[in-house]
Design a protein around this ligand. Structure first.
Ligand code: PRP
Ligand code: URA
Length: 217
């Protein structure tokens, strides 16, 4: 059984309704993404590895938690990952940030890697891999494999919306990587868009949709 956690929370459902709504303008989409990340963060960062540390309260010394010397890294799958990564960074500003460029071919729907910029000593860091959409799974599978090829051992993948096809493909390729998603949708359409979904996440975040284009191709 795939290690997938679907957030089950009424406020997540309210925010997701705003994100799904084709009439939501880009500025409100981005703002809602930030609010959604705040709700998702408790589950996403549950997997963080911390170390015990002494902390002196006004009354006594007790044991607290500290991040490891190499800060965990938020890795954004470009472009759409940037919106969600910025939102997580607001909540976890101590994190490092890396970028992997992945682009789906419009006709074959196959992912293609076009960019990589990761912080030093990435192999010593825990990675939270971030992409709002897990559709066929091609982009996330390739991104996780690229991180593995750089020596990263501890990865958590998080999405806003996942399709069952993508979860299965990701789990088949990377069975040890937990997946956390705010919603598990029904299926993919003939163009490998998620149904009901929210359309093209990248376009909606950076406001590059065609005027009145509610239907992605
Ligand atoms: C979208 C999305 C994911 C990918 C998901 O990116 O942000 O990266 O598609 O689809 P998959 O699971 O079938 O690979 P896209 O290629 O449209 O690039 P963009 O973020 O630059 O718009
Ligand atoms: N990429 C998106 O942005 N949306 C989908 O539904 C599928 C892939």
């Amino acid at each position: 059984m795939p290690q997938v956690t679907v957030l089950n929370h009424p406020l997540v459902d309210v925010k997701m309704t705003t994100l799904r709504d084709a009439a939501t303008p880009a500025y409100r989409f981005r703002q809602t993404l930030h609010e959604m990340a705040a709700l998702m963060s408790a589950e996403v960062f549950r997997h963080l590895e911390v170390q015990p540390v002494d902390v002196t309260t006004p009354l006594e010394v007790t044991t607290g938690a500290a991040l490891p010397p190499y800060a965990p890294c938020l890795v954004s799958i470009l472009r759409a990952g940037n919106g969600l990564t910025d939102a997580f960074l607001n909540i976890f500003p101590e994190a490092a940030v890396g970028h992997l460029g992945m682009e789906r071919d419009h006709d074959t729907h196959q992912a293609r890697a076009y960019y990589e910029k990761l912080p030093p000593a990435i192999e010593k860091r825990q990675v939270i891999l971030i992409d709002p959409m897990l559709a066929t799974g091609g982009s996330a599978v390739m991104a996780a494999a690229q991180l593995r090829s750089r020596g990263v051992r501890d990865i958590v993948f998080t999405a806003l919306v996942a399709a069952p096809e993508g979860v299965t493909a990701f789990h088949n390729a990377h069975p040890d990587i937990p997946v956390i998603t705010a919603a598990m949708d029904r299926e993919l359409n003939d163009n490998c868009y998620i149904l009901p979904g929210l359309g093209d996440a990248g376009d909606r975040i950076i406001n590059t949709q065609k005027p009145n284009a509610h239907q992605p191709r």
